[in-house]
Design a protein around this ligand. Structure first.
Ligand SMILES: Nc1nc2c(c(=O)[nH]1)N[C@H]1C(S)=C(S)[C@@H](COP(=O)(O)OP(=O)(O)OC[C@H]3O[C@@H](n4cnc5c(N)ncnc54)[C@H](O)[C@@H]3O)O[C@H]1N2
Ligand code: MOO
Length: 417
């Protein structure tokens, strides 16, 4: 049986990034090339405050100085040339009139004279005004030609904001992978309203994995439940491929039981099985294959937590490889209590990361680590991963911690005080 690192090396060899396309900017795309700005941000000098714009030079202007006001400049008004010695009323974001170099906020100005429409005609400064005050300079945020985003960045709202500000309509990117999910097992019931017959259980892996696949930046194109019949399974596989799936996932039927048909069914259609069974817990029977047309196939074990580990530690790294995201790195956090690791394999533990009263984070191994126990999974907010070999870990030992999803980060709420 291979170890996790060898399995990951096989994934790296097999998973080729999806083709690069020119696509309209949208959250979820992963940049395939660096983005350089062909505009400056801000695009022109503008006011950071509502007030009055003046030319004060390097000496600045002193409190008490008086100025006539030539007019008003609002956001959206085109540039204009200011005459020496006059002020312009100005609004936040308005283009600075040419020749003016400082803005005094309206709160620091006394209006000495107003027109009949209320417009200020003459002002006195109530504070000193240094050159450059409250002026946002062109290019201060982003210079023209600057590299603003690097290849391998996933577009989320902040990147979308930057690209929108720069007027970038299209990027060289990789689309989200398309994933199909087939849950196998004649015991499974999908309809929550359907009473369970003897021996039946509800399909809980299906909704869990569907939600996790969306969180993992992929698009679920097919989700089916199939009985323990290889022919039904292969038909469902065909439908998934016809729907354009890049990655196919199955749950169940991948271990040693009499009805564990997935490996044989895959061989029957000429799939290449790269590995089956990895030295991990839970999730040992995980299988990875390439289908004849090139689509990737992951056979996840049926036990609920085993399917979760299969998705998090095999499928999600593969999704990163397909989209050109760099490998994930775990956080290192201290264990909240001693833990004796005796499983003889790499383990993925349902964990809870919580801040103590001082705000320091601790990683707790939750009780109930068996792979059929889903209640502790619902209380977990992290995976604690302990690699081979075994050993006694004292309280405070630094361990590898992963968020629940590769794009979710660590979501810490509440406190254990
Ligand atoms: N003799 C051996 N038996 C088992 C071994 C082994 O090495 N030798 N491995 C065990 C391990 S570890 C795992 S994990 C499971 C994996 O089995 P399968 O992948 O073949 O899964 P099934 O037998 O179909 O189901 C296992 C378990 O999970 C429940 N299940 C399945 N699908 C769902 C679903 N969609 N929602 C909720 N629960 C599901 C199913 O009812 C079974 O209880 O094999 C061990 N056995
Ligand atoms: O490895 Mo199984 O996934 O322990 O239950």
């Amino acid at each position: 049986m291979i170890g996790y690192n060898d399995a990951l090396a096989i994934l790296r060899n097999v998973c080729r990034p999806l083709p690069v396309q020119r696509l309209a900017c949208a959250p979820g795309l992963v940049l395939a090339e660096d983005v350089f700005s062909d505009a400056a941000l801000p695009p022109f000098d503008n006011a950071a405050m509502d007030g009055f714009a003046l030319c004060v030079g390097t000496a600045g202007a002193a409190a008490g100085s008086c100025y006539p006001v030539a007019g008003a400049q609002a956001a959206g008004d085109a540039g204009l040339q200011a005459q020496p010695g006059v002020a312009w009323e100005i609004m936040t974001g308005a283009r600075m009139p040419e020749g003016l170099d400082a803005v005094i906020p309206v709160e620091q100005v006394e209006v000495l004279e107003r027109a009949s429409d209320g417009r200020a005609l003459r002002i006195r400064l109530q504070a000193d005004l240094p050159q450059g005050q409250h002026v946002r300079r062109a290019g201060e945020d982003v210079a023209r030609g600057e590299r603003v985003l690097t290849a391998g960045t996933r577009i989320a709202a902040p990147q979308q904001m930057l690209l929108a500000a720069l007027g970038v309509a299209e990027i060289a990117a990789r689309r989200p992978p398309r994933v199909a999910l087939l849950n196998t097992g004649r015991e499974l019931v999908d309809d929550p309203m359907q009473p369970l017959a003897s021996g039946q259980i509800r399909n809980s892996n299906g909704p869990f994995l569907a939600a996790r696949i969306a969180d993992a930046g992929a698009v679920l194109v097919v989700r089916e439940t199939v009985a323990d019949d290889p022919a039904d399974f292969l038909n469902a596989l065909e439908r998934a491929l016809a729907a354009g799936a890049d990655v196919l996932l199955s749950t169940g039927a991948v271990s040693m039981g009499r009805y564990d048909f997935v490996p044989d069914a895959l061989r029957q259609i000429g799939a290449t099985i790269h590995f089956h069974k990895v030295r991990i817990r839970p999730g040992k029977p995980v299988l990875f294959a390439t289908l004849p047309g090139g689509a990737l196939f992951f056979g996840l074990p049926g036990n609920p937590v085993s399917s979760a580990v299969g998705l998090r530690f095999f499928v999600e790294p593969a999704l990163r490889m397909l989209t050109g995201l760099p490998p994930e790195r775990p956080l290192k956090l201290p264990l909240s209590a001693p833990y004796g690791k005796r499983q003889g394999v790499r383990v993925h533990l349902k964990g809870r990361v919580m801040p103590d009263a001082a705000g320091r984070l601790w990683a707790q191994v939750l009780p109930g680590q068996e792979s059929f126990r889903i209640a502790p999974l619902a209380w977990s907010n992290a995976w604690i991963v302990l690699d081979e070999p075994d050993g006694e870990l004292p309280e405070g030992a630094l361990v590898d911690v992963y968020g629940l999803g590769h794009l979710l980060g660590l979501q810490v709420e509440g406190s254990c005080a």
